[in-house]
Design a binder for this molecule. Structure first.
Ligand code: SAM
Length: 289
């Protein structure tokens, strides 16, 4: 692809998803956008991009941006964070919320649903005491197409094999031809909604646990800082944040405390030395949203 076309796509991805496409990613862009161009009836990628340039930003542009997002995910991805949740973070949150019997969890880049469904399965499997609690799992993503797949909750054998044991598979999924369909009682635990992390966020309830995994890596430093700052306002003071293994708040946002558990780092809002300064910070943050 030409340099000018690549620059156009770079700008589109940065403006609408915050995604940084560095030089050298031309091949990736060609392969992702090439298939969209072909299915939309364009002879070449250059023709498709020329058309995108001609018309005001609309559905085809956003579809192109979505195609540039990496949706790589799997059930119980990385294993250890889910062990930490099972052994430590969830029991701790259950103790802290015993009076209200409410638990709110947000998966901020849910992709095709494996991550929020893993959480729902974990809760079903190991926290029977949550029966009678109000448990909310909000799963959001930029990509509408991805969210449609997530809501259906149908996975190929290959996708199911990535992270699910045979026992969990038959317990929480129904076989439907060549696919495995998540059972209704697990599906209904998760609410899927579109949310662009770099846009303005709708009013969200305070969260006890946020999973924002494997998405910050695609953003530049200022965008990561902005998202971490806004997350801090959504996360309850005694709640937890989990990031991807290649992501951290370190050197980006000092208002998180790092808690190291063997192989996993999780984050919690740092204790505030000066509550008045903290309140003023939050207010200035809110006015900047
Ligand atoms: C690599 S997947 C991570 C999925 C899951 N969290 C995990 O760790 O397995 C990244 C997801 O981030 C989403 N994404 C990319 N940019 C986004 C943005 N600006 N706002 C919301 N979601 C975004 C993509 O659509 C994709 O589904």
């Amino acid at each position: 692809m030409t340099e000018t076309d690549f620059q156009y796509v770079q700008e589109l991805a940065a403006r609408h998803a915050g995604i940084v496409l560095v030089r050298g990613k031309e091949y990736f862009v060609e392969s992702r956008l090439g298939s969209i161009a072909r299915s939309a009836g364009y002879g070449t990628l250059a023709e498709f991009i020329a058309q995108l340039r001609r018309v005001p930003v609309g559905t085809p542009h956003l579809q192109a941006v979505e195609a540039l997002c990496t949706q790589e995910t799997s059930f119980f991805r990385d294993f250890h964070p889910f062990e930490l949740l099972r052994q430590s973070l969830l029991p701790d949150l259950l103790r802290k919320r015993a009076a209200t019997r409410e638990l709110r969890i947000w998966c901020g880049a849910a992709a095709t649903g494996q991550e929020p469904y893993s959480l729902a399965i974990l809760l079903r499997e190991h926290f029977l005491q949550l029966a009678g609690w109000r448990v909310q799992i909000l799963a959001t993503d930029l990509s509408e197409a991805t969210l449609r797949r997530a809501r259906v909750g149908a996975y190929t054998q290959l996708e199911a094999n990535r992270g699910l044991s045979a026992a969990l598979l038959v317990k929480y999924f129904d076989q439907d031809g060549t696919q495995w369909l998540i059972k209704d009682d697990v599906r209904s635990m998760v609410e899927f909604r579109p949310l662009n992390l770099i846009g303005s966020w709708p009013t969200l309830p305070s969260m006890d646990l946020v999973l924002m995994r494997n998405v910050l890596i695609y953003f530049d430093t200022a965008t990561r800082q902005d998202i971490l700052r806004r997350l801090r306002q959504v996360l309850r003071p005694d709640g937890y944040l989990l990031l991807g293994s290649a992501e951290t708040t370190l050197h980006l946002d000092g208002s998180y405390e790092l808690i190291q558990h063997e192989r996993v780092t999780c984050y919690s809002p740092a204790q505030v030395a000066d509550p008045l300064a903290d309140a003023l910070n939050r207010l200035s943050g809110l006015s900047g949203q």
